[in-house]
Ligand binder design. Structure first.
Ligand SMILES: Cc1cc2nc3c(=O)[nH]c(=O)nc-3n(C[C@H](O)[C@H](O)[C@H](O)COP(=O)(O)O)c2cc1C
Length: 435
């Protein structure tokens, strides 16, 4: 059986599944139930002090995007950091940590951008026995207008400065949580590293408006006729989060910087993908809010089965395994040629592949009078649109052409090996030689 235990910045947990700082980790009642369900760790809902009092809206705080089956795909929120008293949270953290010493408890913090404020709160957290702190430089609404959250996370110099204050004032490991609301995620990550961060976690939520009430003419969620932008999360943000995690993981200066991957993790497979792209563990919020704490049991058994099938005994064998295969476009092998194939036994003759290809792509699918759909190899560029619009799993696949075969579209012979591709004009070395 694969061993799922992880050690992240020196913090041990029985599995790589942590709950992210959010409503699921807002109080002792939740966190105890989460640990009973099997979560390996939590990042406690962000605590703050020394700023103006935190008062949440008393109207809808969430907006959403759904798929056709009403499955929640994206969640938008306008919630602030915890509105519970600091001393209550600290007391509860201490009690839970005492009772679950094998689980990770990291405390998320957000205080004003003054060294004194950080100096004051850190010893209070240390005293609870918590395993570490996560600096919330990410929340994009409410707190950012007060000069905190993403207002710090969007300025690398501030990230570096605050991280340094924290490292100078605590012995606890420090994880810096990054905002995705920035052009180049490498810059805040590098700033965190310069400030001495032990790790980065990402992503926090993405600035968003999910919908507009067309009677009230106001963004939703609407509070007394007005709406504000919120933070977007859930399955819809996973591709953005994966890319940002990978960007950091493949930057040589940050090759050793641990990453906690966050954003849309709903299944074991999502988690495995984050880990393969360099995350040492994952954090989950929306999936727990949608399906409840027991979803972690599916994640644990799924990851464990997958690792067994791959003969991986420890999570360290999975972490970063896909990073070397992440390339820039110019290094992709243009000698690789595939063609779409339609499995006639699975095809339901809906015609979606035909409509998409005929109207918007390469006119590479033929439709017969009896609605049989076939691929025209001499037009197909293997773009994959037909695969993506087909409603039947595995009905359309991309088949690689063998070496020596002639592509009927271009007349080019598929070369036998990748090395020959270096003569292709897209290869920078070949382009240089041509000059
Ligand atoms: C209602 C809500 C409240 C949140 N509050 C916090 C918070 O207090 N601190 C924080 O760092 N992130 C907060 N987040 C962001 C999550 O921790 C997480 O980064 C984000 O939701 C992406 O993960 P997910 O796609 O699994 O939800 C909150 C998210 C939601 C939905």
């Amino acid at each position: 059986m694969a061993d799922l235990t992880t050690e992240f910045v020196g913090i041990k947990s029985p599995n790589p599944f942590w709950l992210a700082s959010a409503p699921p980790t807002d109080k002792e009642y939740n966190v105890r139930r989460a640990f009973e369900a099997g979560w390996g760790g939590v990042v406690w809902k962000t605590l703050g002090e020394a700023g103006p009092p935190v008062v949440n809206v008393n109207g809808p705080r969430y907006g959403a995007i759904w798929g056709a089956d009403r499955r929640l795909l994206g969640l938008n929120n306008i919630e602030l950091i915890t509105d519970r008293p600091l001393e209550v949270n600290l007391r509860e953290i201490k009690a839970v940590k005492r009772d679950y010493p094998d689980r990770a408890i990291v405390v998320s913090l957000m205080v004003p951008c003054e060294e004194q404020a950080w100096k004051a709160i850190l010893p209070l957290v240390e005293e609870t026995g918590a395993d570490g702190v996560e600096l919330n430089f990410g929340c994009p609404h409410g707190m950012s207008e007060r000069g905190m959250g993403s207002a710090v996370g969007q300025v690398p110099e501030y990230i570096e400065m605050v991280t340094r204050w924290v490292k100078q004032n605590t012995r606890m490991p420090c994880i810096v949580k990054l905002t995705p609301n920035i052009t180049d995620i490498k810059q805040p990550a590098l700033a965190a590293m310069r400030g001495g961060a032990d790790a980065v976690s990402l992503i926090n939520t993405i600035n968003s408006i999910t919908s507009v009430d067309l009677d009230l003419f106001a963004p939703e969620p609407t509070i007394d006729g007005k709406g504000a932008h919120g933070g977007y999360c859930g399955p819809a943000v996973k591709p953005i989060a994966l890319n940002m995690v990978a960007e950091i993981a493949r930057t040589p200066e940050m090759a050793r910087l641990p990453i906690s991957g966050i954003g849309g993790v709903t299944t074991w497979k999502d988690a495995a993908e984050f880990m393969a792209l360099g995350a040492g563990n994952v954090q989950v919020c929306t999936a727990a809010m949608t399906y409840g704490f027991k979803i972690v049991q599916e994640m644990i058994s799924g990851l464990s089965d997958y690792m067994d099938k791959k003969d991986m005994v420890a999570t360290s064998e999975l972490i970063g395994k896909a990073v070397p295969n992440l390339s820039d476009w110019q290094h992709l092998n243009l000698n690789y040629i595939a063609k779409a194939k339609i499995n006639q036994d699975l095809c339901i003759s809906c015609g979606r592949c035909f409509a998409a290809c005929e109207d918007t792509s390469h006119q590479a699918i033929a439709m017969s009078a009896d609605r049989t759909f076939t691929v025209k190899d001499d037009e197909c560029v293997a773009c994959n649109l037909c695969v993506n619009v087909c409603p039947v799993d595995d009905c359309i696949t991309m088949e690689q052409m063998a070496a020596g075969a002639v592509d009927p579209r271009t007349g080019r012979t598929v070369l036998p090996d990748y090395a020959n591709w270096t003569t292709h004009p897209n290869n920078p070395a070949a382009a240089k030689a041509a000059v």
